[in-house]
Design a protein around this ligand. Sequence first.
Ligand code: NAD
Length: 523
Amino acid sequence: MAGHAVSPAGPAWGTRDTFESVSPATGEVLARYPVDGAREVALAVRRARAAAAWWGGLSYAGRRLRLLAWKSHLTRYLGRLAQVVHDETGKPLDDATLEIVNAVLHLDWAARHAGRVLRPRRVSPGLAMLNQAASVEYQPLGVVGVIGPWNYPVLTPMGSIGYALAAGNAVVFKPSELTPGTGQWLVRSLAEVLLEVFGDTEPVLQLVTGDGATGSALATSGVDKLAFTGSAATARKVLAAAAQTLTPVLAECGGKDALLVAADADLDAAADAAAWGAMSNAGQTCVGIERVYVVDSVYHAFLGKLTERVAALRPGDDPPAAYGPMTLPGQVDVVERHLADAVARGGRAVVGGLDAVHAPYIAPVILVDVPEESAVVREETFGPVVTVTPVASLADAGRLANASPYALGSAVFTRGRRSGLRAARALRAGMTSVNSVLAFVAVPALPFGGVGESGFGRIHGADGLREFSRAKAITRQRMSPLLRTTTFRRTETDTERLVKLVTVLHGRLYQPRKRDRPGRPGA
Ligand code: NAD
């Protein structure tokens, strides 16, 4: 059933109709959930269509009120949700808390800004069409399917769910099969708030659970858009499935983020940020730092500071541990393969090494002297592993950073304001933080998304709201046209006049103005 509850214990255990969520730290079974098939998904989408008509018909103020009430609920019960996230992912409670705080910031921003970003606005019709009043508005798509990953099971889906709801859509959400309880908590909490505070019963956010087959059913269910977050390999399958119904897809995929350190950088700040960016959440962060490129003159000083910080980190399931276990058991093999390949190609571990792996935990690893063609530099490692490589200049660092097929986030450390901006602009990634890591995630007004293997489309910010809307253009004729152009009563004189007008307006060679000076942004 759509919006379902946890299945009761009983004979269904282990059959194909249910699956278990498991603590990655202890192996303990946490709960069981139904495997929703095409029938259940279709039912949820049908119910969502009716809910979307109601939700999309509310005013922006009506939706804002309801979403802000949900936001307050999430904030008040943050501790409970953090515990569910901790249980399912193994990440420390403090990290789960930080993740939920960021999700709250995004929900708040989306709820408050949807009206301003999406409401109808007049645009200039241009001289040739002066007889028209022109306006553009952004209408809801209808039903949005959201497929989520396990590594940030609240923040990542909220980047789609919060913005899609604020834009007036209903949502059917399939969380990762590793974190169904977190997804269920989110869906139930909105339903509770809507019912208890407003008396609303429409299922504007529903849950379907299961693995890739359930996700695939959602991709072909006829939703108006699919927001997918996960690996590039799965994105390809999702796109192929969605092609059958021409369903548009937003793809938020993996990354191989680089951090660049200039000669004038604050090395302590850079080392702190690199340690956090690479190791927090056991490196299982789409915008985690996996490569560091450091200008020669400060390479050894930086490496010393990073080594000191990273060597002090320890994974575990106890509160002082810096990070938790690998959430996805299979990822341990990927990390091992990358480490072995790096060492075989002449790479050296200055912290950790091949013996860092004690599944489900992996101790932190810093690799140096690793050739750029190694798997650990080319592929997403998604573990607590970072490579540090010397380069001749910041420009060279940028070139190596850009040589990756992935392009999601990135970071630059330099004291130079201009050089920082220049380096940030030259990075092919969707987002860059100067003198910090991951800062762009917590600024709700900024769009978030990738290039190349990291995907396409944007969540967050005004772009994120528009991603879940369709632009609607309206012209209203205010008076008869000065020139008759689109009628069979048009004469040769009308066409001659049109050519005269367009020659006056556009025929002269454009004379550069002050604003066209080279070097000015946008020039
Ligand atoms: P995954 O690709 O294995 O699965 C993602 C989701 O897709 C899951 O819900 C899964 O059940 C579903 N799925 C699997 N096969 C499917 C199919 N054929 N059709 C439809 N859905 C299907 O990814 P994961 O292991 O859950 O997440 C880790 C990946 O996600 C990493 O690559 C990480 O970098 C990326 N990620 C990206 C972002 C971002 O915003 N760009 C955020 C978080 C994670």
